[in-house]
Design a protein around this ligand. Structure first.
Ligand SMILES: [Zn+2]
Length: 253
């Protein structure tokens, strides 16, 4: 089994105090937006799809109101090809949640089966997706492809090596991904359980969040999993941590 770390763009937050309340007002902070590819003997899985590859055409970035500037340097499509796994061959797609910075390239995977929590899917395709910060323009096509709806955790390949964990709170059906790598050891990929390692250490509930109490319960459960597994938490948006990980053509085994 191989785990590749992919670059889904960067997000410059224009006021980090929105995400970390005791940060100074107007302090800027750059977030990573990592995605991941698992190559397993029984199939391939992409976890999250980052910001849209189309943003690579905007060299000065794409400003989103007073909140953030989105940038994409290297398209996800090209990265997957370089990893030897072109997007249209990917077997399974799993999304931590449906916020725009995680679903930007879902259209690249028309043949993949989607793993999603039942309540996340209902919110994404319900009557008021905007109430959850979702924009169906990013993912409406997913309705046309095979979906495996979940009501809890899911062992993707049936051997315990790759397990989707239901950790709701940030959105109704947010998920994280536990990957038990034989050489590297177990890694828990965060989704937006938190947006930085400092916020994890202090159990800061994420910004733009659906249910704070549920988020805190999910953080407690993630802490239990990390302790039981001896796993490392990879925070997808933590720029310092994600930048230090091995990138293509390197991978983790
Ligand atoms: Zn995010």
């Amino acid at each position: 089994m191989k785990l590749y770390v992919l670059d889904g763009g960067t997000i410059e937050i224009l006021d980090w105090s929105l995400f970390q309340p005791d940060a100074g007002k107007g302090v800027r902070r750059t977030l990573a937006d990592s995605c991941y590819l698992v190559v397993h003997p029984r199939g391939t899985l992409v976890w999250d799809t980052g910001l849209s590859d189309a943003l690579a055409e905007e060299p000065d970035g794409h400003r989103v109101g007073d909140i953030a500037v989105f940038r994409v340097d290297d398209s996800l499509e090209r990265q997957l090809s370089r990893a030897g796994c072109p997007a249209d061959t990917v077997d399974f797609l799993a999304l931590s949640h449906f916020h725009p910075d995680h679903v930007g390239n879902t259209a690249l995977f028309p043949g993949a089966t989607l793993f999603v929590q039942r309540d996340e899917y209902a919110a994404a395709f319900g009557t008021s997706p905007g109430d959850h910060g979702f924009d169906p323009g990013n993912y409406a096509h997913l309705r046309e492809q095979p979906v495996h709806t979940l009501d809890g955790d899911h062992d993707v390949f049936g051997d315990g090596s790759v397990v989707i964990l239901r950790l709701p709170g940030h959105t109704p059906g947010s998920q994280s991904l536990l990957v038990r790598l034989p050489d590297t050891g177990p890694v828990l990929i965060s989704g937006d359980l938190v947006h930085s390692l400092e916020n994890w250490a202090r159990r800061v509930v994420p910004a733009l969040n659906a249910d704070a109490d549920e988020s805190l319960r999910s953080m407690d459960r993630a802490a239990d999993v990390l302790a039981e597994e001896g796993a490392v938490l990879w925070v997808q948006h933590d720029h310092a941590q994600q930048s230090a990980l091995r990138r293509l053509p390197h991978h983790y085994t």
